[in-house]
Design a protein around this ligand. Structure first.
Ligand code: PGA
Length: 255
């Protein structure tokens, strides 16, 4: 039996959401550049569309990847207010976050629309950070695994095994986002192991063991180490704490 070589990466990505204009973006990036990375984690930041170019230029020489928070599934056309994969690529952006629970809740993004966005991103050679997670009511009803499985199968399981080289997963229980309430490290580990197992069953050990699965939801400097110490947690998607350079790097260095 051939042994599977595990290559999965540690990633800490800061999702700035709808925060920071040009001046704050400039300031935060210069503060981030003063921080020292002592871990092996890949560092990403996701500013708003309007600041992507500036952020990209400002981090050109640095070990920080600038990524987008969203994109449309069409290549171009009459979609007022939307941004395409080609537009992101034209700036040099190589990674896009898709399926964040705020997009699902406030902008009606469905699994079907997300599957189309994923296909477009991959067709454009981009990497996707795909977010998903259950609501509090799902967890209380003991349906969290079923809900997460549905989100993953609907959006991702039409892909080929080799496509997963370009997919990063971000498990974000909705009840933990921006609430200060974090999943316990055990809850995160249990779900991440469940997810990895799902991909082992649907695909193979190679896909499962090489998938980076990030946890998101109120990760802070004081809880990151414990969450990241779990074997199936490969990093974090950080909201609130990514808006302060020191806190963000304390999390980056928690590996
Ligand atoms: P939070 O957000 O860290 O503020 O909970 C996480 C996210 O929405 O990605």
């Amino acid at each position: 039996m051939s042994r599977v070589k595990i290559m999965r990466k540690h990633i800490v990505a800061g999702n700035w959401k709808m925060n920071n204009g040009l001046v704050q973006t400039t300031t935060l990036i210069s503060e981030l550049k003063q921080q020292v990375k002592t871990s092996d984690a890949e560092v990403m930041i996701a500013p708003s569309f309007t600041n992507l170019w500036h952020a990209f230029e400002a981090t050109r020489q640095d070990d920080i990847e600038v990524v987008a928070q969203n994109m449309h599934f069409a290549e171009n056309g009459a979609y007022t207010g939307e941004v395409s994969a080609g537009m992101l690529k034209s700036l040099g952006i190589k990674t896009v976050i898709l399926g964040h629970s705020e997009r699902r809740a406030y902008f009606n993004e469905t699994d079907e629309a997300l599957a189309k966005k994923i296909d477009t991103a991959l067709a454009n050679g981009m990497r996707v950070i795909f977010c998903f997670g259950e609501e509090l009511s799902d967890r209380k009803a003991g349906k969290h695994e079923e809900v997460v499985k549905g989100q993953l199968v609907n959006a991702l399981c039409h892909l080929k095994a080799e496509d997963f080289e370009h997919i990063v997963l971000a498990y974000e229980p909705v009840w933990a986002i921006g609430t200060g309430e974090t999943a316990t490290p055990e809850q995160a580990q249990d779900m991440h192991a469940f997810i990895r197992n799902l991909f082992r069953e649907r695909y193979d050990a190679n896909v499962a063991d090489n998938l980076s699965i990030l946890y998101g939801g109120s990760v802070k400097p004081n809880n990151a180490k414990e969450i990241f110490s779990k074997p199936d947690v490969d990093g974090g998607l950080i909201g609130g704490a990514s808006l302060k350079a020191e806190d963000f790097y304390a999390i980056v260095n928690a590996f």
